[in-house]
Write a protein that binds this ligand. Structure first.
Ligand code: AMP
Ligand code: MG
Length: 273
């Protein structure tokens, strides 16, 4: 587990200042892992995450922000269920960013985001994030280019502020290809328990696949920093996606070395009658 953890984290991180060409990334890659061995690895990894978060929450010192991004049907919800499911919900606030409300639109785009960042002891998870403001907003010309093009630097400054304030940031881009999205959309349509997730508007977005890929490539090139790295997670195979996200999270939390706090009062000799 430890060896593969280190290598996945290293293999999937976007080096600051480099440009990832997504056409050269295999979304079905498994980096030497197999589905058979992954089940046990994931079980062990999730147990590790449960333990790490318990200590992090008890210590109440570190703040961790996890950003989940991906094209429709890339597996954001599945990752939340299968990986973040290892966490005690009390210390793991999840925020799903939707089309901004009137109140949110009356403020700057980071206003709703800043309010949702994790506090001490928390692992805050963003299901979509401020990156939508340089993704969907860019692809649909919701604001002019002169406005969105300044946001990459603004986002880096914002994330640096969070990091300077003691927040550890991990950003996952769940990468599937267009064929995989077709299969998943079709499965959503065919399965009554999944159909609620499908909107006709999803097909309009699908037509803009290349625009989204270009927008993601710019995000990865401009906003993967030492303080807030992006990881590109090959996500055609759910089991590998879960394993990779769990491993990278475990590695990141492990580095924080969270410890159960010492009692603040002297408890020597205290006996419960
Ligand atoms: P879902 O994640 O499927 O519930 O969908 C949420 C929708 O909200 C997606 O279509 C996002 O693109 C959209 N969305 C999220 N943030 C923004 C934003 N800042 N501006 C416009 N649309 C957004
Ligand atoms: Mg959707």
């Amino acid at each position: 587990m430890a060896r593969s953890t280190a290598s996945l984290r290293d293999a999937l991180r976007v080096r600051p200042g480099t440009r990832v060409k997504l056409a050269n990334v295999d979304p079905s890659a498994t980096h030497g892992h197999t589905k058979e061995s992954a089940a046990d690895e994931l079980t062990a990894g999730l147990a590790g995450l449960t333990d790490l978060q318990d200590r992090l929450w008890a210590e109440g010192k570190h703040k961790v922000l996890v950003v989940l991004q991906g094209i429709d049907a890339a597996g954001k919800d599945g990752t939340l269920r299968h990986v973040m499911g290892a966490f005690n919900p009390q210390g793991c606030p999840v925020t799903s960013f939707k089309v901004p409300s009137a109140d949110e639109l009356a403020h700057d785009y980071l206003w709703r985001v800043h309010r949702a960042v994790p506090g001490k002891g928390e692992i805050g998870v963003f299901n979509r994030s401020h990156y939508e403001d340089v993704l969907v907003v860019r692809v649909h010309d919701i604001v002019p280019k002169t406005v969105w093009s300044r946001r990459y630097d603004q986002i880096n400054a914002f994330e640096q502020l969070l990091a300077d304030s003691g927040t550890t940031i991990v950003k996952f881009f769940l990468y599937i290809d267009r064929d995989e999205q077709r299969e998943r959309f079709q499965a959503r349509l065919d399965d009554p328990t999944k159909r609620w997730k499908f909107r006709l508007g999803d097909l309009e977005e699908r037509k803009r696949w290349d625009d989204y890929i270009a927008a993601y490539e710019d995000v990865l090139a401009r906003c993967s920093t030492a303080a807030a790295p992006w990881y590109v997670i090959p996500s055609n195979r759910n089991w590998f996606r879960n394993l990779a996200v769990a491993n990278i999270l475990a590695d990141t939390l492990d580095e924080l070395n969270p410890r159960y706090p010492e009692p603040t009062e002297d408890l020597t000799g205290v006996v419960i009658e």
